[in-house]
Design a protein. Structure first.
Length: 338
DNA sequence: TCAGGGTGTATGTAACGCCT
DNA sequence: AGGCGTTACATACACCCTGA
């Protein structure tokens, strides 16, 4: 059976197609269409099982009512929660979300931006991989609505929403010092992204504030492209080579999970032999005995703010979109590991 | 009485971007 | 050039009211 179009409804109801359009878009009042006609049109449309052709709407309006979300890895609970909240939030504004992962690979990120552009997304929410500056810059130049999440690009002037990484790490470090830990190792990832630099800065700043001399041997940078086992070995080696360590600070949750495996392998006890704290919370941290202290990002607040900023841009009629930079505060969740 | 304007209820049509 | 489905915008038309 041929799909029912607005024209068919108009014919069946004995009105013009534009009248059908007004009625179904709730503009009957505004267009001074009589209640009789309005009711008849609605009735006919329902009986015919009419639903608007989304392609035609996009054709006419130039809007797809779709947002593109590019995250690092949708498999990571942080990004999964982010994506879900963004989806819910976007729905409030009548938008759908298409999401995809860069795996922190710039060329994949570039492809994803192209793919989303071809699908005529109205706006982009991006956690940029390293070296994506040019691609993002291009979107900005085309005046496309863009909001970066979780990290930003110092060289590109574009709206972003993230947590105050340095401050959050300082808070975590202060907690460790409070509990009497002095020899604190830092495990991060060898990735050229700003939020990792900021987290490391937080660590370094906290040490110098305590007047502790920096020991580079207890800062471990794991290659991003690590094999799991290799990373577990690296962390185990860090612990073996530095028996003075009494605490480990993990810069992200997936590193902490690898670290737990290393600690387990060495049969060390948490927190007696080694205390553990992780940036980014994870379900496992609530459960894994004795519970892992973590720094929880306000994921929902980030998602809401990012969508709000993007919507503002999408609805803006300015010829040049303005940029807004938002920094939110993370929360320390103290559990048994510290 | 009738021109002129206001109001209510519509209709007509161009344009959107891409493909034949 | 014409077609797809839709909507924004322009326009048409009937009717009513007002004032000269």
């Amino acid at each position: 059976m041929k799909k029912v179009s607005i024209k068919d409804i108009a014919q069946m109801a004995g009105v013009a197609s534009s009248t059908v359009s007004f009625v179904l878009n709730g503009k009957a009042r505004k267009m001074r269409i009589s209640e009789t006609v309005e009711k008849r049109v609605i009735e006919v449309a329902r009986n015919a099982g009419y639903y608007p052709n989304q392609l035609a709407i996009s054709l006419r309006t130039g809007k797809s009512k779709t947002l593109g979300l590019i995250v690092e890895n949708i498999g990571n609970p942080f990004f999964a929660t982010l994506a879900k909240t963004i989806e819910e939030e976007a729905e409030q504004y009548g938008y759908r979300v298409v999401y995809c992962s860069t795996e922190n690979n710039a060329s994949k990120g570039k492809e994803l931006i192209n793919m989303l552009s071809q699908r005529q997304v109205d706006g982009y929410l991006i956690t940029p991989a390293p070296h994506m500056e040019d691609d993002i810059q291009q979107l900005v130049q085309l005046n496309r609505p863009v909001v970066l999440i979780d990290r930003y690009l110092p060289s590109v002037d574009v709206s972003h929403v993230l947590v105050n990484n340095t401050e959050a790490v300082s808070q975590g470090m202060a907690h460790l010092f409070d509990r009497g830990y002095k020899e604190i190792g830092f495990v991060t990832v060898d990735l050229d992204v700003i939020q990792m630099e900021e987290r490391l800065d937080g660590y370094l700043g906290a040490l110098s504030k305590q007047g502790i001399r920096l020991n580079k041997d207890i800062i471990l940078k794991i290659p991003y492209t690590h094999q799991r086992d290799e990373a577990v070995e690296l962390i185990a080696a860090l612990l073996k080579d530095n028996p003075q360590l009494d605490a480990l600070f993990f810069a992200t949750n997936y590193l902490a999970i690898l670290g737990l495996e290393s600690i387990n392998r060495l049969k060390m006890a948490i927190p007696q032999d080694i205390a553990v704290i992780s940036f980014d919370d994870h379900d496992i941290f609530r459960i894994y005995p004795p519970g892992i202290t973590s720094i929880q990002q306000p994921v929902e607040a980030i998602a809401k703010k990012a969508v709000a900023l993007l919507m503002e841009q999408c609805e803006s009629t300015e010829s040049k979109l303005s940029t807004t930079e938002v920094e939110l505060t993370a929360k320390l969740i103290v559990r048994g590991s510290t």
